[in-house]
Design a protein around this ligand. Structure first.
Ligand SMILES: [Zn+2]
Length: 352
């Protein structure tokens, strides 16, 4: 039975998605953390290394670093050391793709990695406002274990632009009729580029089952227009308490513009934050009030449970599986950093 697996990692404040294609090709989209990396980040690194061991592999086939912000790439050195176990860097990423310029990257290890891959001819930078047409995936299924993968956006408006977030790589994977969009830290500028320039005449192409919200669910991303085009049935957000991510106002947009599916087996917690002006002076971590939500809708935040004092916060990884035998999907939730705690069971495209 072939299946496509996405593991949305809880890294603390940062991002990381590990993908295993049906033919065991592996893809890592970002790996970084600027808060809680000592626990969550380390666990994410170990999770990837364990999955590779189970596959009998010692390297990752495709590494995408969506953009240069360190919360998306500062754990790559730790993963390198974990995979090799020798205390020496081996750069175990076969093909590397980055958003922005090489000179935008200031993490020490990432600098070495990019130089190493450039010398080997395995580093790819994208052009200004680069994207694929709806009919031609850049990484076609024939070479990707049956999965078509598209570059939806990169380097908006140009690679030389000073702002890192609009230069984020945005990917779409399409398998057995299911589409998943990974947005990196793309915000309104990039969403507008996709809506009004890249896919203005092929908007229906953007309709996807799952959307990983841009920029951790910040208010500067996930516009109404973008949601109306993608119309996700489920959403995933990489969140942590350093910021109010995802903002409750953004979840409200999701609620207003889309019909997120429910799955009765999947009663779970997710969170959202709101800025609290009164508490804004009390330090970096206490500027937000947190709302904990418990329901069966397919909205997943990697911060599963939050409290204003940050005394009992819980994070977890989420796994989305799509199998080819009957085109069914399954969600798994790994909470408490201790393995699978909850599972939706296999269900159909109509949500049943
Ligand atoms: Zn980020």
């Amino acid at each position: 039975m072939a299946q496509l697996r996405f593991i949305f990692l809880y890294v603390g404040q940062g991002d990381g998605t590990f993908i295993i294609l049906p033919d065991n090709t592996t893809i890592l989209v970002d790996l970084g953390s600027l808060k809680n990396s000592e626990t969550a980040g380390k666990n994410a690194v170990k999770t990837i290394a364990d999955e590779l061991t189970a596959l009998g592999k010692t390297s990752i086939d495709y590494l995408f670093i969506t953009h240069s912000d360190r919360d998306h790439n500062n754990l790559l050195w730790e993963l390198d050391l974990k995979i090799t176990g020798t205390g020496l860097y081996s750069y175990p990423f076969t093909n590397v793709y980055i958003g922005g310029e090489k000179s935008n990257y200031h993490d020490f290890y990432v600098g070495l990695l990019l130089n190493n891959k450039e010398t080997a001819g395995k580093l790819t930078l994208f052009g200004d406002s680069d994207h694929d047409t709806s009919t031609t995936p850049r990484w076609p299924a024939a070479s990707m274990g049956g999965v078509d993968m598209y570059l939806l956006s990169a380097n908006v408006p140009t690679r030389k632009n000073a702002l890192p977030n609009p230069k984020s790589i945005v990917l779409m994977l399409s398998y057995q009729g299911w589409k998943v969009i990974l947005s990196g830290d793309a915000e309104e500028t990039a969403e507008d580029y996709m809506l009004h320039t890249a896919y203005a005449t092929t908007l229906a192409f953007l309709k996807s089952f799952a959307l990983k919200l841009g920029h951790h669910g910040a208010e500067t991303a996930t516009t109404d227009g973008w949601l109306q085009a993608v119309l996700p049935d489920c959403s995933v957000i990489s969140s942590d308490q350093k910021w109010g991510h995802p903002y409750c106002t953004v979840l409200k947009r999701l609620e207003d513009q889309t019909t997120i599916w429910t799955n009765s087996n999947m009663k779970h917690g997710y969170v959202c934050g709101a800025f609290n002006r009164k508490r804004s002076r009390s330090g970096d971590d206490a500027r937000y009030n947190w709302t904990n939500i418990d329901d069966t809708r397919l909205i997943f935040t990697t911060l599963v449970k939050a409290d204003d004092a940050q005394l009992s916060s819980v994070g977890g990884h989420y796994e989305l599986l799509i199998r080819d035998s009957d085109q069914k999907i399954n969600f798994k939730m790994w909470t408490g950093l201790a393995g699978v705690a909850q599972e939706s069971g296999w269900f159909n495209a109509n949500g049943t």
